[in-house]
Design a protein around this ligand. Structure first.
Ligand SMILES: Cc1cc2nc3c(=O)[nH]c(=O)nc-3n(C[C@H](O)[C@H](O)[C@H](O)COP(=O)(O)OP(=O)(O)OC[C@H]3O[C@@H](n4cnc5c(N)ncnc54)[C@H](O)[C@@H]3O)c2cc1C
Length: 623
């Protein structure tokens, strides 16, 4: 067996316990041992003179095969296939409030609750956005050149140990520039699928046939069009590479790094009135129903994720004073922008029947002999179907999926809608940037994907094969929020992504879904399919598609923006050093600081941002 073996039982012990942790005064307390939090822990504790304490609500599960095996966990973030999502050992299992524009539909919001956070349960897709997305962080949001695409590039490389692809898609060339974009000595292994099913290459060829080229270097500043997508998987062992095994396991022995697992942070404690202003003095956390306090020497770093960091701030008295006062929480700092500006990529689902004999992932579910064979291959040689992650992904400019008259009419409707809305300063800046981006066609607006299985858009019939295509809107205009409605730190926050509340967002998904159907009816993929499944071919007109997608919207699991990095004038929550305005020593380092959605899946950006944050923290203290 190629997997490294942890021979003990789960949850595995870390290197501290609740009581000894509370007796230590750490230089830095990191709240959340997830994707970004563990990058901070790894980098800051590299200096033996710096003490770092990490508090993580989930368990420590080194070498857990459900986390490690690419297909065991999940293929698609929001699908109930697999063992990680909807399983309280790994997942916070949040849900949105009923979505007004989706006839009250409630959206499942999985979030990693384990050492490694969401990187332990995600779909492992590894993408980098087009330059313009990061350049906006510099110019539109006022954060300076360090946050531009150029300023971030060395941090993307610092994360990665990249291995070049073995297989190539139709239309793909080996370009040396792909290698120079990537790092080769970083903690996260980045590689490509070595096993594909029968539907990927024909799908790419069909897209090529209708004018969508293959992009041989999607990481070189232009993400658009179809690529063989990289993934965070170790190519030698075919095991998921994530914050837990890449940024924590190797440094568990550092005496100056303590990670307390299964502990829920309930509050940051502040002192007020001194010349430094509002200073965080420590953090409260709950283990087995008992509350402990740990003190902090330098800083509290919040890395609890975009849906939990605002909750911790609000429970600590930092947030909208009306929300806090209604719950009887004493106000430390009135900060109405905390928890606002929630953005996410909405996705809608379509599936198609695949002809008998055409290999898809479904065979693992209904054919025990095949499943056993593939399991043996995985265990003995790190190969076969169990190594699979989604490979065909294409962020397309909107103009590639709709004709110019449709584009012009959509754009006109958009400007009319926006003109009627009251916009906050950050929304004004975002909408202006989005309008210029969509017209420029430099970024992906609508993303196509191929999932070689059923069970996502509809219930799979045993013995049948499917192709699911997930249609994602990459730069939505909808803006939601996450806030508390309870003083209980274990209660889930109120999450409202406001999916499709701006009609443009629905139109993008309607036209995108129609494009996907056209694509799937194009050879050579058409010859492998047995017709539309869900929605059926009775769905034809724009109005019928609109009605369908409002039943089929899910999250792509990329919530962000709830503690946005932007200038004060725009209503940002953190400054370009990721420090919360108005607090002396609290930083946020998680997906919440990303000010606006980017045109790709976000994990590589979260890692790179956290690497940069570690440098910023070190610089502030000369360590
Ligand atoms: C199901 C799913 C699929 C995804 N697929 C992809 C993909 O394929 N590609 C991609 O690029 N991105 C993907 N993403 C998104 C990506 O994984 C996340 O955006 C990223 O990992 C977020 O990192 P983070 O550091 O902000 O938060 P997280 O990694 O979620 O870390 C937050 C940590 O804080 C802990 N925590 C929270 N509250 C408390 C508290 N009160 N006390 C103590 N600890 C606390 C949590 O348990 C968690 O470990 C996916 C996400 C999910 C959930």
């Amino acid at each position: 067996n190629l997997q490294p073996q942890y021979n003990g039982s789960y949850p595995a012990p870390t290197n501290t316990d609740a009581s000894s942790f509370s007796k230590t005064k750490f230089d830095f307390v990191v709240v959340g041992g997830g994707t970004a939090g563990l990058v901070l822990a790894y980098r800051l504790s590299a200096n033996p003179k710096v003490s770092v304490g990490v508090i993580e609500a989930g368990q420590y599960r080194p070498d857990d095969p459900f986390i490690g095996t690419p297909t065991a966990g999940n293929l698609l973030g929001n699908a109930d296939i697999g063992t990680l999502l909807g399983n309280p050992t790994y997942d916070w299992m949040f849900q949105s409030v009923p979505q007004t524009a989706l006839n009250g539909l409630v959206i499942d919001y999985p979030r990693g609750k384990v050492v490694g956070g969401s990187s332990a349960i995600n779909s492992m897709i590894w993408q980098r956005a087009s330059d313009v997305d990061y350049d906006n962080w510099n110019t539109v949001f006022g954060n300076g050149a360090g946050w531009s695409a150029k300023g971030m590039q060395s941090y993307f490389k610092r994360v990665e140990s990249w291995t070049e692809p073995e297989l190539l898609f139709p239309g793909q060339k080996r370009v040396p520039a792909l290698a120079t974009e990537h790092g080769t000595n970083g903690p996260i292994s980045v590689s490509y699928d070595t096993f594909l099913f029968d539907v990927e290459a024909p799908s790419v060829a069909a897209a090529n046939a209708i004018g969508i080229p293959t992009n041989s270097n999607p990481d070189g500043g232009n993400e658009t069009y179809i690529a063989l997508t990289a993934r965070s998987v170790d190519p030698k062992t075919a095991v998921r590479s994530y914050a837990g095994n890449a940024y924590y396991q190797p440094v568990i022995g550092r005496p100056n790094l303590k990670l307390l697992s299964q502990a829920v942070v309930s509050k940051i404690n502040f002192s007020k009135g001194g010349k430094s202003g509002i200073v965080a003095t420590g953090v409260n956390y709950i283990v087995d129903g008992k509350t402990y306090t740990v003190s902090v020497g330098k800083e509290v770093i919040l890395a609890a994720g975009s849906l939990k960091t605002p909750q911790i701030l609000e429970l600590s008295g930092v947030g909208n004073k009306t929300i806090l006062s209604n719950l009887g929480i004493p106000v430390v700092l009135d900060f109405p922008q905390i928890g606002e500006n929630l953005q996410d990529h909405p996705v809608t689902l379509l599936d198609f029947k695949v002809k008998p004999g055409v290999l898809t992932l479904d065979r693992l579910n209904y054919n025990k002999t095949y499943a056993n064979e593939q399991e043996a291959l995985y265990n003995n040689s790190a190969s076969g179907a169990l190594t699979y992650t989604e490979a065909v992904i294409g962020p397309l400019p909107l103009q590639a999926t709709v004709n110019s008259s449709t584009f012009n009419s959509m754009y006109k409707n958009l400007t009319t809608t926006l003109a009627k809305r009251k916009q906050t300063p950050i929304q004004k800046a975002q909408y202006a940037a989005l309008e210029s981006m969509v017209k420029g066609g430099e970024v992906g607006w609508f993303e196509l994907t191929v999932v070689p299985s059923g069970g996502v858009a509809s219930t799979a019939v045993n013995g049948s094969n499917y192709l699911t295509s997930v249609a994602i809107e990459l730069h939505p205009f909808g803006r939601g929020y996450v806030h508390i409605n309870s003083t209980d730190p274990n209660a889930q926050p109120v999450i409202d992504p406001k999916f499709l509340e701006i009609p443009w967002d629905a139109e993008v998904l309607v036209h995108g879904s129609q494009w996907i159907r056209k694509w799937m009816h194009t050879e050579p993929i058409a010859g492998l399919l047995d017709g539309d499944n869900v929605p059926g071919s009775n769905v034809q007109t724009d109005a019928q598609w609109d009605a369908y997608i409002r039943t089929a919207v899910r999250t792509t699991n990329h919530p962000l923006g709830t503690t946005a990095m932007a200038s004060r004038a725009l209503g940002g929550v953190v400054d370009p050093n990721l420090k919360i305005y108005g607090l002396a020593n609290v930083r946020v380092v998680d997906a919440g600081i990303i000010p606006m959605t980017i045109g790709v899946a976000i994990q590589s950006t979260v890692y790179a941002m956290a690497e940069k944050a570690a440098d910023l923290v070190k610089k502030s203290y000369g360590i």
